[in-house]
Design a protein around this ligand. Sequence first.
Ligand SMILES: [Fe+2]
Length: 248
Amino acid sequence: MLAIYTYLHAPCVLKQKTLEGRLNNLSASALYKNNFKNSTIMKSLLLTTSIFTLMMYEMPKLPYANNALEPVISQQTIDFHYGKHLQTYVNNLNGLVPGTEFGNKDLVTIVATAPDGAVFNNAGQVLNHTLYFLQFAPKPAKSEPTGKLAEAINRDFGSFENFKKEFSAAAVGLFGSGWAWLSADKNGKLVITKEANGSNPVRAGLTPLLGFDVWEHSYYLDYQNRRADHIAALWSIIDWDVVGSRLK
Ligand SMILES: [Fe+2]
């Protein structure tokens, strides 16, 4: 069957674009140029455009240049981490989901519901890294959260400094590869969790706000074994407006 729609999903920007119009244009052109306007094949082709869908996941577009986060994150690390590792997760996911029960599902739904395995691992890493790369700014306008997020952090962690201390401890102390996340539960309460490998807090019904990647591929070129130094440096490039916008 002919697949028509391309589904593009990022946690912050959920968008859906259709190729139907493009196909219809191509079809119309062919119809008139080749004078088979009444072709059964072409009619069938156009009919199926509105029925069958194919979900495709795409790379998030970085809102900064690959070298803009230096010296906290080097261009070389962005080139590999974003350009190679994340691209591979995206490619893997696009190769895994067509024809499965996840073929028409959005990314968050897949991460929340897929059984352990390749689909979950790759979907989780696409979601994780999309949130991760979009939460940075070379020169953030604010050095700490404001508004609703600041209030929630003060309420649930006592102070921003104490939150940073607890979050950093979770990231530094996570054994092996994984992620430290700040999330909100269904009541708006903030929690810090450690997620192994490619998991994400959505699996526990939480809304992820801020994530630190502690897979060695995220820091080893710049910091080697000094994970704590990498974690300490990350605070200076957090775009708190982006993180705050994730708290509904
Ligand atoms: Fe990573």
